[in-house]
Design a protein around this ligand. Sequence first.
Ligand code: NCD
Length: 307
Amino acid sequence: MRHLLSPLDLSTEELDELLDLASDIEHNPDKYKEACKGKKLATLFYEPSTRTRLSFEAAMLNLGGNVLGFSSADSSSVAKGETVSDTIRIISCYADICAMRHYKEGAPLVAASKSSIPVINAGDGGHQHPTQTLTDLMTIRSLKGRFDNLVIGLCGDLKFGRTVHSLINALSRYTGIKFVLISPNELKVPSYIIQDVLEKNNLEYKEVERLDEVIGELDILYMTRVQKERFFNEEDYIRLKDSYILDAEKMSLARPDMLVLHPLPRVNEISIEVDDDERAVYFKQAQYGVYVRMALILTLLEIKVSD
Ligand code: NCD
């Protein structure tokens, strides 16, 4: 049985297959509408979410399956003190596959070790968010046509932003990638990622503080929200929250074919005037999130749909 806990759980070949499937689903949705008939997806969300939970649910419903679950720790038996290990043993009796979001790093890994159904990590603390990465990769592949030879700027909260950590991991396997890491000094990419991913794989990267100085070099600009919920004190959050605001003026310095991605939700790091710029693809990115999750559910449940 397979789980998806880290973006590296899929080889690059498997990832290509999954993205091919997601793209077939995008173009032929009717073919898949009964593929998961009789199957159940459990969404176990111990932390708030809109897109991830609802896109998982939409994905399973689009496949003709059913969904059950909870959307906050307060409304589940966690409030009574139940452990993740016990919860997953029970959920294994009720559902065929589950997606778990947890505020603790590693919780989905613990769940997977006790589970008899596939577990999907839907975000664990400030650690990883592999299904957002699948969404990001489908966006890049669909709109840029490649993963190789790209200059990728990651901007904002690179310390706590789990989507950033997973995306760096996933892209580290392609050639000619150059990362431009744009953050305030306090929110830099954690040193374990610099050492174990970037330096170990001899990837080209630079760390800078100003977005306007580098925006003209980028093929992709991946904006992120300052992760308020992971700060230890409010003062630091208030000081750092407006570090970057992407507006029309900054966009005028960017290449005509640069794409702006954002996992969403945005707070104020992208001004709404940018939404009408055709390089802004974050809403399209959210739509791709449903197709990749449909493809992932089919892959982990080993369901094949023939033409
Ligand atoms: C991201 C997350 O939860 O890490 N959101 C999402 O899943 N699309 C990004 C964020 O919350 O800033």
